[in-house]
Design a protein around this ligand. Structure first.
Ligand code: GDP
Ligand code: IMO
Ligand code: MG
Length: 435
C-alpha cells in the first residue's frame, strides 16, 4: 500500500494524531497537506503527552521523514516553538521538511482573524483565532508570503509591503502595534527563516521518491470532513479543503498515489465552535460524555460540544472522502451508558425526513437526529486488544456502524495510550510487530 490518507470524518479531534503515530512506524514519509496550527493532534506515549499543531504526528520515531506540505499554512513562530519543545524533550527532529511553497501566517492574519470574529458578533464562527482564514484568503488573492520568501530579505520586505497595503484600513485599530511595523516584521520573519532554513525543502519530490522506491506515504489530514470549506457546514467551517482529495493538491501527488483512505471517527460526536450539530446533547448526559472523554480543545482549551454518533453525517463523509476503512476511537468513553443511540436519519420541521445529508443550510440548522437504540455495556474496555476481548454489545455497536456505512472498521480505540488500540483484519498488515 504506497499511499494511505488519514482524514477526520466528523468535526475534528477524532484522534487522528494517535492513529497517524501508530501507523507512522511502518511509513517512510508522513506528510501534512492542509490546515495549520488550528489543528491540535495528541499522542500519548508511555504516559507522556505530546501535542502537535504543525509537525506531523510521525516525528516521535527517530529520523522519520515528516513533511509539512505546500497546502499547509505555517506560523513560523509556532513551528519554531514546537521544534524547540521537541528538542528539549530530546526528540530527534532531523527528519522534518517544510515545503518552500507553504504559505506563512503573518501577524496581521491573526489580528484580522480576531477582528473578523468580533465584527460578526453573535454570528461568529468560533475560529481558533490563529489567522488561518485570512492567510488562505491572501493565498487566493495572490498576496501570500511563502516559506521560500523568508530566505531573501529584499523579496520578503517587498511582499510584506504589498500584502499590508490593502489591509491598512481594516488594521487601523492596530496601527500602533509594533509587530505590524514593516521593518520589525521583516526582521523578525527573516530571523525565523534563518532558524528554519535547514528544514525548508521541495517536499513533493520527496513523496515521489518514496513512492518510486515502493515505500509507504502517510497523508495526515487535519480538522474533519464537516469543517471542509466546500463540503462542510459552511460558513461554520475552516478555510481549507479537508477531504481526502485535498491530499493530492496539498502534497503534490496525483490521485493514483492514493490507495486507501481511512476516516477517523469517535464512537460519539463532538464539535468545537459554532454551527449546526443535529445530534447534540445539551443535557447532563452530554456533560458526562464531555467529562469521560476529556472533551476540551487541544488548541484552545474550549469545552467541546458533545452528542450521539451521527451516521447520516458519517455516511456522507464516507462518500465524499471515498473511505475504504473507518477507525472508531474512544469506544471506552461510552462505557456505563445503558442505552446508546445512533442517528440513522434527520428529522426536520413538519415531519420532514432526511435519509441523506441535506445540502441546504437552513434544513441542517433545524434538523435533529432520528435514532436507533443500541444496548450499551458496563465493562472496562481499556485492556481489550482484540475484538474478542470486547463485550458483545460493544462488538455489536461496531458491527452496526460498519454495516450502515458499508466499510470495515479497521481499528478501534479503547483509551488514549499508544497501545490502547484494537487492530482488526484490514489493518493487520500495517500493524508493527510489537503492537
Ligand atoms: P486529533 O485532532 O484528531 O488528533 O484529536 P485530538 O488530539 O485533538 O483529540 C483526541 C483526544 O482523544 C486526545 O486527547 C487523545 O489523547 C484522546 N484519544 C484518542 N483516542 C482515544 C481513545 O480511543 N480513547 C480515549 N479515551 N481517548 C482517546
Ligand atoms: P484538528 O486537526 C476541531 C474549527 C474551529 C472553528 C472552525 C474554524 O485538531 O482536528 P479556523 O481557526 O480553522 O478558522 O476555525 O473550525 N476547527 C477545529 N475543530 N479540530 C480542529 O483541528 C479544528 N481546526 C479548526 O473550532 O469552529
Ligand atoms: Mg485536535
Amino acid at each position: 500500500m504506497p499511499g494511505l490518507v488519514i482524514v477526520g470524518a466528523q468535526w475534528g479531534d477524532e484522534g487522528k494524531g494517535k492513529v497517524v503515530d501508530l501507523l507512522a512506524e511502518q511509513a517512510d514519509l508522513v506528510i501534512r497537506f492542509q490546515g495549520g496550527n488550528n489543528a491540535g493532534h495528541t499522542i500519548v506515549r508511555d504516559g507522556e503527552t505530546f501535542k502537535f499543531h504543525l509537525i506531523p504526528s510521525g516525528i516521535l520515531y527517530p529520523g522519520k521523514l515528516c513533511a509539512i506540505g505546500n497546502g499547509v499554512v505555517v506560523d513560523p513562530k509556532v513551528l519554531t516553538a514546537e521544534i524547540d519543545e521537541l528538542r528539549r524533550r530530546r526528540i530527534d527532529t532531523s527528519g522534518l521538511r517544510i515545503s518552500a511553497n507553504a504559505h506563512l501566517i503573518m501577524p496581521y492574519h491573526k489580528l484580522l482573524d480576531q477582528e473578523g470574529e468580533a465584527k460578526l458578533g453573535k454570528l461568529q464562527i468560533g475560529t481558533t483565532r490563529r489567522g488561518i482564514g485570512p492567510c488562505y484568503a491572501d493565498k487566493a488573492s495572490r498576496l501570500g508570503i511563502r516559506m521560500q520568501d523568508l530566505l531573501d530579505e529584499k523579496i520578503l520586505r517587498k511582499k510584506i509591503y504589498a500584502a499590508l497595503e490593502p489591509k491598512r484600513s481594516m488594521l487601523r485599530p492596530y496601527a500602533k502595534e509594533p509587530e505590524l511595523d514593516l521593518h520589525t516584521m521583516t526582521e523578525e520573519y527573516r530571523i525565523l527563516g534563518h532558524r528554519l532554513e535547514t528544514h525548508i525543502a521541495d517536499t513533493a519530490p520527496i513523496a515521489w521518491r518514496v513512492e518510486d522506491e515502493g515505500g509507504l506515504v502517510l497523508f495526515e489530514g487535519a480538522q474533519g470532513t464537516l469543517l471542509d470549506i466546500d463540503h462542510g457546514t459552511y460558513p461554520f467551517v475552516t478555510s481549507s479543503n479537508v477531504v481526502a482529495g485535498s491530499a493530492c493538491a496539498g502534497a503534490g501527488v496525483g490521485p493514483r498515489s492514493i490507495d486507501e483512505v481511512w476516516g477517523i471517527a469517535k464512537a460519539y460526536t463532538t464539535r468545537v465552535g459554532a454551527g449546526p450539530f443535529p445530534t447534540e446533547l445539551e443535557d447532563s448526559l452530554g456533560e458526562s460524555i464531555r467529562e469521560a472523554g476529556r472533551e476540551f480543545g487541544t488548541t484552545t482549551g474550549r469545552p467541546r460540544r458533545t452528542g450521539w454518533l451521527d451516521l447520516v453525517a458519517l455516511r456522507y463523509a464516507t462518500r465524499v472522502n471515498g473511505l475504504t476503512g473507518l477507525v472508531v476511537t474512544k469506544l471506552d468513553v461510552l462505557t456505563g451508558i445503558d442505552q446508546l443511540q445512533v442517528a440513522v436519519r434527520y428529522l426536520g420541521p413538519e415531519g420532514a425526513r432526511f435519509d441523506e445529508y441535506p445540502y441546504h443550510q437552513s434544513i441542517l440548522h433545524r434538523a435533529h437526529g432520528d435514532y436507533v437504540q443500541l444496548p450499551g455495556w458496563h465493562e472496562d474496555l481499556s485492556g481489550a486488544r482484540s475484538l474478542e476481548d470486547l463485550p458483545a454489545n460493544a462488538r455489536a455497536y461496531l458491527d452496526y456502524i460498519s454495516d450502515f456505512l458499508g466499510i470495515p472498521v479497521v481499528m478501534t480505540g479503547v483509551g488514549p495510550g499508544r497501545d490502547e488500540m484494537i487492530w482488526t483484519g484490514a489493518a493487520e498488515r500495517l500493524r508493527p510487530a510489537a503492537a
